[in-house]
Design a protein around this ligand. Structure first.
Ligand code: IMP
Ligand code: MG
Length: 177
């Protein structure tokens, strides 16, 4: 285990099993449709790459980057550092995210993407911290609910570090103080 990790919350094996299960559900739910997976970079990159390989359908993949700067203030707006590169109108879109925390980012992202009139719009998030929720977000697929602790690994970072850990773990508090 990495020296900065206090405890492992979700092991590599648990991640593997759960992602496989989500892939199976998505395969069933979107049968006969042309699914567009939209990964939210950078955090969802690892989850996205594993999840897409568990979906037995023809899928198209795309990515976006949102900057949440100022999002938690009154005037906060969602800005796309990188928008999707396809027109999502009429498409079946599944947003793939690493974590729903307060819900602010996903709530706003859903509003913005819904305006473009996709045929359907749903969310798959690897993790969720329900105790922190401020904005309701309907998340059709959730990997794991985690307690109110700062977690890293499997795509999630602290100051751009730890994304490459193969498990999800809690960082030693002295590492982010
Ligand atoms: P929000 O509070 O739901 O808007 O969360 C915004 C983003 O913050 C999430 O998509 C994550 O990328 C990031 N985030 C929230 N909690 C954690 C955490 O515990 N570790 C790493 N990133 C996090
Ligand atoms: Mg994120």
């Amino acid at each position: 285990m990495h020296k900065d990790i206090e405890k492992v919350l979700v092991t590599e094996a648990q991640l593997h099993d759960r992602v496989k299960e989500l892939g199976r559900r998505i395969t069933t739910d979107y049968a006969g449709k042309s699914l567009l997976l939209v990964g939210v970079l950078k955090g969802a990159a690892v989850f996205m790459s594993d999840l897409m390989r568990e979906i037995e359908l023809d899928v198209e993949t795309d990515y976006l980057v949102v900057s949440s700067y100022g999002l938690h203030t009154e005037a906060g707006e969602l800005t796309f550092s990188k928008d999707v590169s396809v027109d999502i109108a009429g498409r079946d879109v599944l947003i793939v995210e690493d974590m729903i925390d307060t819900g602010t980012t996903m709530h706003r992202l859903l509003e913005v993407l819904a305006e473009r009139q996709p045929n359907s719009l749903a969310v798959a998030s690897l993790l969720s911290k329900p105790a922190r929720r401020e904005k309701e977000v309907e998340t059709r697929y959730i990997g794991f609910e985690v307690p109110n602790e700062f977690v890293v690994g499997y795509g999630l970072d602290f100051a751009e570090k730890y994304r490459n850990l193969p498990y999800v773990g809690v960082l030693h508090p002295e590492c982010y103080r």
